[in-house]
Design a protein around this ligand. Sequence first.
Ligand SMILES: [Zn+2]
Length: 80
Amino acid sequence: MKTCAELTQLLSEAQDKKPSFADKWATRTHLMMCRGCRNYEKQLNFLREAVRGYARGRADDRNQDRMENPKDKKIPDSQS
Ligand SMILES: [Zn+2]
């Protein structure tokens, strides 16, 4: 069985690249038995979601700015 240090390393790497089948299996069996690493995985997932949400929010802000930019607005010309 992998040590907790090895497992946290695997969990971190799995955020960026697809783990091998052996790594996935080792992770799963370790997580079944180790509460510390389960908590670590939970925190990693939480952080990843938070960063994703933040990045998504920033993208939405940029779109919002573009839509509210008066230069891009087509104002109907009702005077003529
Ligand atoms: Zn562990």
